[in-house]
Design a protein around this ligand. Structure first.
Ligand SMILES: C[S@@+](CC[C@H](N)C(=O)[O-])C[C@H]1O[C@@H](n2cnc3c(N)ncnc32)[C@H](O)[C@@H]1O
Length: 292
């Protein structure tokens, strides 16, 4: 184990110990779990998520019958098993590098009667293809979360990602909750909209030059008269909500993004940031856009 990894392990235990007095029992068992299987090099020590936190993670991600849940570093399988058994997910997969954990997880899935819907794979999470997840769950370490971030941002827009305890660096979570003194973060993978777009609406056509930072969008709108206005907005998966212009002249556009097209969505879900910057402006009723 590298020095930085060793200090991260120490940091993990320290962070958990400082914040979560209730974890002390788990912490006491972690070194024993490591000692029992010295041949496996773990990027994160085994510390299970308490059942109430598992439940809230899956509730926050709104897991339901359409979902396939993947838990990265699945331990005894509790998150993947609960996703299917208690939240009705159509299927789940857990991956863990430690064969002992996989053995336990398979036994637990059998006992829970969900072995036909939950698969556990003994593999490294960094080598795992998790593109089929509609919900991704994790209880890892801050640097592991951040190193997974580029791959997570390539997932289908709208995929929910939920983490017990740790954040994902500069990608702020869309939802943050505290449960029994633990932190739960939820991110919704945003559509990719950076670049130039042509938007057509009731006021004619304009070109947007958009920059994107995770779920935040900013840029400039140019219209046919040569005037420019600022653009600011947010993404929630495929839902985009942006404001063009400022003050009383501001116009709000709410819609959905599908690849290189975007268009107004009836009753589109407004996002807090865009709503605030648009004041009382109601969304432009009918508009569409295409990538240039
Ligand atoms: C903090 S535990 C979380 C267990 C479970 N997800 C939960 O919340 O109860 C982290 C798990 O990640 C596993 N792990 C560590 N490094 C890994 C790696 N590179 N690939 C896959 N699993 C790993 C450990 O064996 C451990 O079971």
């Amino acid at each position: 184990m590298s020095t930085s990894r060793a200090s991260l392990f120490a940091g993990f235990r320290r962070a958990v110990a400082l914040s979560f007095v209730s974890s002390l029992g788990f912490l006491a068992s972690a070194p024993a779990a490591l000692a029992a299987n010295q041949s496996v090099s773990l990027d994160v020590p085994y510390v299970p998520t308490p059942p109430d936190v598992v439940n809230r993670m899956l509730e926050t991600a709104q897991v339901g019958p359409e979902d396939f849940v993947i838990d990265l570093g699945s331990g005894d399988g509790r998150i993947a098993i609960a996703a299917v058994k208690n939240h009705g997910a159509k299927g789940a997969m857990g991956v863990d590098i430690d064969p002992k954990r996989i053995e336990e997880a398979r036994e637990n899935a059998n006992t829970a009667g969900v072995a036909d819907k939950v698969e556990f794979r003994n593999q490294n999470l960094f080598d795992t293809d998790f593109s089929q997840a509609t919900v991704l769950t994790m209880y890892l370490l801050p640097d592991v979360n951040v190193s997974l971030r580029p791959k997570i941002l390539q997932l289908k827009p709208g995929t929910r990602v939920v983490s017990h305890a740790f954040d994902m660096g500069e990608w702020e979570s869309d939802v943050f909750e505290r449960v029994d003194g633990r932190s739960v973060h939820l991110w919704i993978v945003p559509a990719q909209v950076e670049g130039r777009w042509k938007i057509e609406g009731p006021d004619g056509a304009m070109e947007l030059d958009l920059a994107q930072r995770f779920q935040h969008v900013a840029g400039t709108a140019h219209d046919a008269n040569g005037s420019t206005r600022p653009v600011a907005g947010s993404l929630n998966g495929e839902i985009i909500d942006f404001v063009v212009g400022e003050g009383d002249a501001a116009k709000r556009y709410t819609g959905s993004v599908r690849g290189s097209a975007m268009q107004a969505s009836a009753g589109g879900q407004a996002l807090k940031g865009a709503e605030a910057s648009a004041g009382a402006a109601s969304p432009v009723a009918d508009w569409k856009g295409a990538r240039l």
